[in-house]
Design a protein around this ligand. Structure first.
Ligand code: G3P
Length: 345
């Protein structure tokens, strides 16, 4: 009888000890579920790029890597081709503190910190490297700090997609050739003033409406990079590329500073690392594809022509004097920085 009772007591004690975590390993398992109680954060990433464009492909890779590494506690969902708000509307999501990542031109950042427009002003850079060095300068780092004060965390400014040129029906060689032509531009003061100075009649339109806009003669043509011309198949409706290289096609990746501050160290590290790695990959692919795309476009009947660069350079010079909100002297500071970059290369 006594032996039987002892056995029952021993069994009970064992069960108790195990359930209380008497065993060290078991105690670890107990803590885990509590640590995972935090809800998964879903971040929507919104971009204008369509699935066939390299930047969209890169963003999918970046999101997949972030999601793999942060399994369970943060997920980035990519929405391409303007399925969700883009441009100004996307920036509004960011500054309102939504779980949102916006991928668009720096000109939209310029609505909050005007000097960003100066950094991507017309005819500034001769190659990608000059621009990529500029985004590492103190000048741009200070703009990023200004952006933080406006509630915007800049994750990258380096998602390049090529210099932008004219895509029209007829060949453009000098500014006079653009006279009277309605040219689609993104909804941005920088683009409006630049295209106006170049001699065109700039017409803001979301990219999703450009193809039909050309067919319905709402616009006569557009300006864009080879990556855009090929990736969006817009070459189907316009076949003459005039190589003005007037603005740099590049996207900034931004999110809410408030959301950023809410993330834990691991989430911040992974997001930063993967968007950085993605920017390197994107540039590499862009450089590789630009050459291939030009050949393929030529085979598809697209013609390319050089322009009188000096004439266009002269035409845009005054654009830099038309932004009253820019910090006085910002253009000179950018040129000073650019000259330093050029000396070091
Ligand atoms: O998919 C469109 C993208 O390649 C270019 O857009 O507005 O900068 O001309 P946007």
């Amino acid at each position: 009888m006594k032996r039987g009772l002892l056995k029952v007591l021993m069994t009970g004690l064992t069960i108790f000890l195990v359930s209380c975590g008497g065993n060290k390993d078991e105690s670890k398992q107990e803590v885990k579920p509590q640590a995972k109680v935090a809800e998964k954060r879903v971040m929507k990433l919104s971009t204008k790029f369509v699935e066939d464009e390299q930047t969209a492909k890169t963003l999918h890779i970046v999101a997949n890597k972030i999601n793999e590494r942060l399994k369970g506690n943060l997920e980035v969902q990519v929405f391409t081709g303007g399925q969700l708000p883009i441009g100004k509307d996307s920036m509004e999501q960011v500054v309102s503190g939504a779980n949102w990542i916006s991928v668009d031109g720096l000109n939209f950042l310029g609505d909050y910190v005007p000097d960003y427009n100066a950094v991507v002003g017309p005819m500034l850079y001769s190659n990608f490297d000059e621009y990529l060095a500029m985004t590492k300068s103190d000048l741009v780092k200070n703009l990023n700090l200004e952006a933080e004060k406006k509630g915007i965390k800049v994750l990258s400014l380096d998602y390049l997609f090529g210099f932008r040129s004219m895509l029209t029906e007829k060949e453009v060689k000098v500014p006079e050739d653009l006279k009277g032509l309605k040219i689609r531009v993104p909804n941005s003061q920088l683009y409006m003033l630049t295209l106006e100075a170049m001699g065109a009649n700039p017409t803001p339109l979301p990219f999703t409406e450009v193809y039909s806009g050309i067919q319905q003669k709402v616009v006569d043509g557009l300006e864009g990079s080879l990556m855009t011309i090929y990736g969006t198949k817009i070459y189907e409706v316009r076949k003459q590329v005039s190589l003005t290289n007037h603005l740099l096609g590049v996207s900034g990746i931004v999110m809410s500073k408030k959301v950023w501050d809410d993330l834990n160290d691991e989430q911040r590290m992974v997001i930063e690392e993967e968007f950085y790695n993605g920017s390197l990959y994107n540039t590499e692919e862009t450089i590789k594809l630009e050459g291939e795309y030009q050949k393929q476009l030529e085979e598809l009947g697209v013609k390319f022509n050089e322009v009188d660069s000096e004439a266009f350079n002269k035409a845009i010079a005054n654009v830099y004097n038309q932004f009253p909100k820019w910090t006085p002297g910002i253009y000179d500071k950018i040129m000073e920085e650019l000259n330093k970059i050029r000396e070091n290369n």
